[in-house]
Structures are given as structure tokens and as C-alpha cells.
Design a protein around this ligand. Structure first.
Ligand SMILES: CC(C)(COP(=O)(O)OP(=O)(O)OC[C@H]1O[C@@H](n2cnc3c(N)ncnc32)[C@H](O)[C@@H]1OP(=O)(O)O)[C@@H](O)C(=O)NCCC(=O)NCCS
Length: 190
């Protein structure tokens, strides 16, 4: 099987959502997402102050795809056409068959099983199409929602990253989660 070529952005669908490439029409929704303090609370981002920062974020999604080091899908609600969040891979290293998953949703959509639904085909894409050996995730120790999501998806916490990230003037701990190809086969494949 040939490895994913990064020639075309891989659009996907779930029952309720379209997973697609970001476009100029998404700038307002991206701004709404990343100007929300609740969304960026456990990340290194500062709340976006204008639409230009949202455009830079979109450009970064395009750049990581062109450089073949990441894929960020936008989550479009089929019912309304609204972009309600993002999910995807970063720090993809082809040689090591490894990447890191990241995700976020507008708070009004939290706790409705949306990221569980959306992450499933993205994880499958990682193992089946990018042919990853391992998907990693790094999470703030107090981010209960993200820790709960990863656990539900079948990720295992394998270590704590001590004083790993510099946030609000101090070094903080992160939890490192991983899903190996064999975990994926055992948990996700029939
Ligand atoms: C993390 C995030 C994407 C979760 O998305 P979501 O669509 O609300 O998650 P789901 O509804 O699919 O929940 C999956 C599981 O996670 C856990 N979970 C979700 N929200 C939780 C919360 N607030 N507290 C505790 N557990 C929670 C539950 O176990 C849940 O399963 P259950 O509903 O069957 O009990 C969302 O909270 C978010 O966007 N947070 C801000 C951005 C962020 O922190 N990104 C991650 C950085 S590492």
C-alpha cells in the first residue's frame, strides 16, 4: 500500500459532520473559536483579537499540510453549515510513523459526543492511511474533558511530562497519552 501523498486534502464525513479543509469563508468561525477563553485555556494560544489572527491560523493549517507535517480538519455541522471546531494531526514524522492529535470545539457544542464521533475517522485515517505506528496526545493535568475524551477513545496515559510547558509565568506538567497501532487494531477493528 502506498503512503498518503498529501496531494489532495482528505475530506471525510461522519453521520453529523463534514471534515474538510479550511477556507476563507471559515475565518469568522475560526475567530469565534479561538477568541474564546474556555477553548484556549489549556493551550499555548492567546485569545485571538481579530480576524487576521484567524487567517494566520488557517494559513498555518495549509502550511503544515504542504510541508507534510500535519493535517487539520475543520468540523462542519451538516445541519447548519457552521464550522464548530477543528481536529487533526501535528508533528507528523513519516520516518517514525508517529503523529500527535489535537482538537477543539466551540463550548456550546461540548459534551454531546461530537469529538468522539469526529476523532474516530481521524484516528482511523492515522493508522490506515498515514500508516502510523503511534498517535500521541499531550494534555494539561487539569483538562478533565480532554483526558476523558482520550480515555474513552482508547488512549493510554504512559507518562507525565514534568515542567514541560511554560504557561502563565510557570512551567507546568502535562500528561502524555498514546495509542499504538496494536491498541487500535484491538479496540477499533472488528
Ligand atoms: C476536549 C473537547 C474537544 C471534548 O469534546 P466533546 O465533544 O465535548 O467530547 P465528547 O462529548 O465526545 O466526550 C467524550 C468523553 O470525554 C469525557 N468528557 C467530556 N467532557 C468532559 C468534562 N467536561 N469533564 C469530564 N469528562 C468529560 C467523557 O468521558 C465523555 O464521554 P461520555 O460523555 O460518554 O461520558 C472539548 O471539551 C474542548 O474543545 N475543549 C477545549 C479545547 C481543548 O481542551 N482541547 C484539547 C487540548 S489537549
Amino acid at each position: 500500500m502506498t503512503l498518503f501523498s498529501f496531494e489532495f486534502f482528505p475530506r471525510m464525513e461522519t453521520e453529523r459532520f463534514i471534515l474538510r479543509k479550511s477556507e476563507e469563508r471559515d475565518i469568522t468561525d475560526l475567530y469565534e473559536l479561538y477568541s474564546d477563553q474556555e477553548v484556549i485555556k489549556y493551550t499555548l494560544l492567546q485569545p485571538f483579537l481579530d480576524h487576521n489572527e484567524a487567517r494566520q491560523e488557517m494559513n498555518w493549517y495549509h502550511e503544515i499540510f504542504e510541508q507534510q507535517i500535519g493535517i487539520r480538519w475543520l468540523i462542519e455541522d451538516k445541519a447548519t453549515g457552521k464550522m464548530i471546531g477543528t481536529c487533526g494531526f501535528l508533528h507528523y514524522v513519516k520516518e517514525y510513523a508517529r503523529s500527535e492529535i489535537g482538537y477543539d470545539l466551540v463550548p456550546a457544542y461540548w459534551r454531546r459526543g461530537i469529538m468522539s464521533e469526529v476523532a474516530a475517522p481521524i484516528i482511523a485515517f492515522g493508522f490506515d492511511t498515514l500508516q502510523l505506528h503511534c498517535i500521541e496526545a499531550k494534555v494539561d493535568v487539569v483538562n478533565a474533558a480532554s483526558i476523558g475524551l482520550l480515555s474513552k477513545l482508547g488512549f493510554k496515559q504512559d507518562r507525565e511530562l514534568i515542567e514541560y510547558e511554560f504557561e502563565a509565568g510557570q512551567f507546568i506538567e502535562l500528561l502524555h497519552f498514546a495509542m499504538l497501532r496494536r491498541d487500535y487494531r484491538r479496540l477499533w477493528l472488528p
